[in-house]
Design a protein around this ligand. Structure first.
Ligand code: GDP
Ligand code: MG
Ligand code: K
Length: 299
């Protein structure tokens, strides 16, 4: 038993990449089961969604880092970026997710923000795409990407179809230090479903508001309950001024509809059950100037 404990590995792996490369899909496959409520403690940090995969030889603790804000600089986003950097500092390895046959400026921006001194593993996702089925073309693509950045290792996967996920875990394992597991083996995340729901809405707001994102905005879960095998989730988006409301809602409610529909679909995937989601915008004047309030939110 002593010997087994000595060979066991456990450590942190950050999953990074621009939006839409498939980080969330990959995370869901890596942890291989639906996220469940494992801890009800108050959230003190905002921007780490952790997935945990445990087997007989290792425990992988995955850190998701949503929302690399590359444009639209303001104090709030600076804090968010700081949290992204924080989430990455001290990890044992970084899995940089890229979409097969698509290497863009946004990908390069993320690469530039990665800490030095930490191994970066290139994870080429979506190899099920038609364009990626040509092995020569895929290899040429990988060579092209490797020419620009010094990756420690390379893996190819299809997160959506669950292809080569075990290979990816094997590739990542040597980067974990020898250690006993840090978390109970039945634990898949240290974030509550409530927190994850909030995180999903926040991600959609960032995605759909972009440049228009109000300087002061926050997301609050007003109600979260399970009833007849269905989640009922009420989420308020807090803005600072009345005139910011229409920006978030969009013409004819268009934006809010998109944001809440996509958020609901993500939640249903993540929680593996039907979700009733209501998102609305509330004005809460002056809160953004209150640094103490920001600190209380864990920002
Ligand atoms: P994230 O923004 O990086 O978290 O990306 P998501 O996990 O939300 O995925 C973005 C989109 O890519 C979704 O429509 C996924 O279904 C799709 N996607 C993710 N992985 C794959 C894959 O392996 N193959 C294909 N064809 N699509 C994928
Ligand atoms: Mg995501
Ligand atoms: K997503």
């Amino acid at each position: 038993e002593q010997a087994a404990a000595q060979n066991y590995r456990c450590g942190f792996i950050a999953i990074v990449g621009r939006p839409n490369v498939g980080k969330s899909t990959l995370m869901n496959h890596l942890i291989g089961q639906k996220i469940s409520i494992t801890s009800k403690k108050a959230q003190t940090t905002r921007h780490k969604v952790t997935g945990i995969y445990t087997d007989d030889t290792a425990q992988f603790v995955f850190v998701d880092t949503p929302g690399f804000q590359t444009d639209h600089r303001n104090a709030l986003n600076d804090r968010l970026n700081l949290n992204v950097t924080e989430a990455m500092s001290g990890v044992d390895a970084i899995a940089f997710v890229l979409e097969a046959m698509r290497f863009t400026e946004a990908d390069r921006t993320v690469l530039k923000q990665l800490p030095k001194n930490t191994p970066v593993i290139l994870v080429v996702n979506k190899i099920d795409k038609d364009k990626a089925k040509d092995k020569l073309a895929l290899n040429a693509f990988i060579d092209e990407v490797r020419a620009e950045f010094d990756f420690t290792a390379v893996e190819v996967v299809s997160a959506k179809h669950g292809l080569r996920i075990a290979n990816l875990l094997e590739t990542l394992k040597p980067f974990l230090p020898e250690s006993v597991p840090m978390y109970p083996e039945d634990m898949v995340t240290d974030k509550s479903s409530r927190f994850l729901a909030m995180e999903i809405v926040r991600e959609k707001l960032f995605r759909y508001l972009g440049e228009e994102l109000p300087y002061a905005m926050n997301v609050e879960v007003e109600q979260f309950k399970e009833e007849n095998g269905m989640y009922h989730i009420y989420i308020a988006v807090l803005v600072d001024k009345e005139n910011q409301k229409p920006i978030v809602i969009g013409k004819g409610g268009e934006k809010m509809k998109k944001i809440s529909t996509e958020a609901r679909l993500d939640m249903e995937k993540l929680f593996d059950c039907k979700v009733f989601l209501k998102v609305w915008v509330k004005v809460k004047s002056g809160w953004a100037d209150d640094i103490r309030f920001l600190n209380e939110l864990g920002l």
